[in-house]
Design a protein around this ligand. Structure first.
Ligand SMILES: [Zn+2]
Length: 404
């Protein structure tokens, strides 16, 4: 599989400009042979490194959201979730089906990498069989409190992460009880706060915690939609940024969080404006879904360099500024998603690319736009949404209509 996309405006964190991108099997390559097929894209698009969703629970890919907050911490929400009828209904679908739906949910919003917060025993058997990149080298704790879900001991898991130079991922201070508010202090006691530590939520972080995180070069993941739904509050993101902390953006699962990364970006920008009466710099948002997670999770993502895995997304140009553009994207504006060299989803006008590559696809409509989806097995799983339970289950983060 070798092809070039020509006459495209490429956008990275520190550079942008008109150019070409080449794919050789599953990697980006700019070395062109004479006989390499070239596709002209034109000036209506921007090409970005594939987006990274820095926090999801892929098993929780269901809807509607459950909860009647604001809660004191995540635990009563989790109890409400597990008592809910909709949670039982979710159980009708197999774990593999939920992971597959999650992959589609992420792909159609331009995401090519996902951080799935769950023990390895749940996701390791699926990772190699799903059409999206899921971070597989990590250690984890559910949270840093005595009442967490016991997915891993923070001290031991952090030690393992440091030894293997992989991220140690944990929820942190997702609540306002005494113990939640000491999450960072506990990590310091365990010697587990450093550049390997990636912490999610942090809605109760004190000024001192934020300074300690900055000093330790640890990373934070912001999930504003989920925070607002459960707590009617979110993290002090402005303080995180002014302390130069490496910040990433995540949707969380759609049972508490954003429908997809595009909606999350939109809400992040809205809530920043509401809280601080200032505009959140679009380039900062761009970094939160590209270079920042690449650094935090130690994955080859976030840029378009020669020799890196070919994960990129092409979107419509709805704003002239390419960073401003990502704040305004709708699902229908995602025009081509390439994962490890393979175009898996995009506008039907690009079907000549997948036809040239002899990849099977199906046609569908999203937000009235004609698209192709080239993921083996997708049709069966999407159709199961109509037949597995007693009514047609509509999931708003997969607003797919099949073409007759
Ligand atoms: Zn979470």
């Amino acid at each position: 599989m070798k092809y070039f996309l020509d006459n495209i405006y490429k956008v990275e964190s520190t550079s942008q400009g008109k150019g070409i991108i080449g794919v050789n099997e599953n990697i980006i390559s700019y070395k062109m042979d004479k006989d390499t097929k070239v596709f002209e894209l034109g000036s209506d698009y921007f090409l970005y490194p594939g987006f990274v969703n820095s926090h999801d629970h892929m098993l929780g890919t269901y809807f509607p959201r459950v909860g009647k907050g604001p809660y004191i911490n995540w635990l009563p929400w989790d109890n409400d979730l597990k008592d809910a009828m909709i949670y039982k209904e979710r159980g009708t679908f197999t774990n593999y089906e939920l992971y597959f739906l999650s992959s589609i949910r992420n792909i159609i919003s331009g995401v090519t990498w996902v951080s799935d917060h769950i023990p390895h025993s749940v996701n390791e058997k699926f990772i190699g069989h799903l059409p999206i990149n899921i971070i597989k080298d990590y250690t984890l704790a559910h949270e840093v409190s005595s009442y967490d879900l016991k997915w891993g001991d923070p001290a031991t898991e952090h030690e393992k992460a440091k030894k293997n130079k992989i991220p140690f991922i944990t929820h942190i201070e997702e609540g306002f009880d005494q113990e939640s508010e000491k999450g960072v202090e506990y990590l310091k006691e365990f010697n587990a706060l450093d550049e390997y530590t990636v912490m999610v939520h942090g809605i109760a972080l004190s000024d001192k915690d934020i300074e300690d995180i900055a000093k330790s070069k640890a990373h934070l993941v912001w999930c504003p939609t989920s925070n607002w739904f459960m707590f009617e509050k979110t993290a002090d993101i402005k303080k995180w940024l002014s302390n130069n902390i490496n910040v990433c953006l995540g949707t969380d699962s759609p049972m508490s969080g954003g429908m997809n990364l595009l909606e999350e970006i939109n809400f992040a920008s809205y809530i920043y404006n509401k809280l601080y009466d200032q505009k959140l710099d679009p380039r900062i948002v761009f970094n939160m879904i590209t270079v920042n997670p690449a650094k935090a999770f130690r994955i080859p993502a976030g840029n378009l360099k020669e020799g890196t895995p070919a994960n990129f997304v092409i979107t419509k140009k709805v704003k002239n500024d390419p960073y401003e553009n990502i704040l305004c994207l709708k699902l229908s504006d995602i025009s081509l998603v390439v994962i490890n060299g393979k175009p898996v989803y995009g506008d039907i006008r690009f079907k000549n690319i997948i036809e040239y590559l002899k990849i099977q696809y199906m046609e569908l409509k999203i937000e009235c736009e004609n698209k192709f989806l080239a993921i083996r097995g997708a049709l069966k799983i999407l159709k199961d949404l109509k037949t597995k339970i007693e009514y047609f289950k509509y999931l708003p983060f997969i607003p797919i209509n099949f073409k007759k």
